[in-house]
Design a protein around this ligand. Structure first.
Ligand SMILES: Nc1nc2c(c(=O)[nH]1)N[C@H]1C(S)=C(S)[C@@H](COP(=O)(O)O)O[C@H]1N2
Ligand SMILES: [Mo]
Length: 187
């Protein structure tokens, strides 16, 4: 990616615009579970405390929405996807990850983008706990792809050895979604 540059068709805005496909059920942290399953050696379920006990990192990244807005320099804090990979050991033939949101949202993320060094499961945004509208308590953040790949209200990651499409991809959005290539829709 080119830091600080603006992909074609984008304009800078100050704050992310909230996008949700529907109402989101509430959650309390004592009942929170993150399910990691599919084509992995060690499927598991993490409680909130177990998520926080994993090594933590900070990533600053521009956030590009397919509808044309981009927010510069968002500061995310949480667990790098690299740590998740170390934990569950995906099978060598994994090619996609489906990220499941609490309200039923899904998106398919190419494994190549999922495992990038700046991809993370964020629980803080710009120095505060993730606000409810931006995915409390946990969201996936894939800085190299359009924002619809960054599933909010994250409750499961499913590792796949073949393509299965998520909510927007089923409706014609691109499987990869690289803003630097303008990958908005499938042709
Ligand atoms: N769970 C969930 N995650 C989601 C969505 C959603 O509807 N549900 N919308 C996606 C879309 S289309 C965008 S552009 C971004 C918007 O992030 P924001 O609401 O934090 O601005 O979240 C993505 N993640
Ligand atoms: Mo979006």
């Amino acid at each position: 990616m080119v830091p600080g540059a603006l992909p074609v068709g984008q304009r800078w805005v100050e704050k992310p615009v909230r996008y949700d496909i529907g109402p989101v059920p509430g959650v309390d942290l004592s009942g929170f579970r993150l399910r990691l399953f599919g084509a992995v050696e060690r499927p598991c379920e993490l409680s909130w405390d177990e998520v926080l006990a994993l090594p933590q990192a900070e990533v600053r990244a521009d956030f590009h929405c397919v509808t044309g807005w981009s927010v510069p320099d968002v500061r995310w804090e949480g667990v790098l996807t690299q740590e998740i990979i170390r934990l569950v050991r995906p099978h060598p033939d994994v090619t996609w990850v489906i990220a499941h949101g609490r309200e039923g949202y899904t998106t398919n993320v190419p494994y190549a983008a999922f495992q990038e060094g700046r991809s993370l499961l964020a629980h803080r945004m710009n120095g505060v706990p993730l606000p409810p509208e931006h995915g409390f308590p946990l969201r996936l953040v894939i800085p190299s792809l359009y924002a619809w790949k960054s599933t909010k209200y994250l409750e499961a990651l499913e590792f796949l050895t073949g393509l299965r499409r998520g909510y927007w991809e089923t409706r014609g959005y691109h499987d990869v979604g690289d803003p630097w290539r303008g990958e908005r829709y499938r042709r």
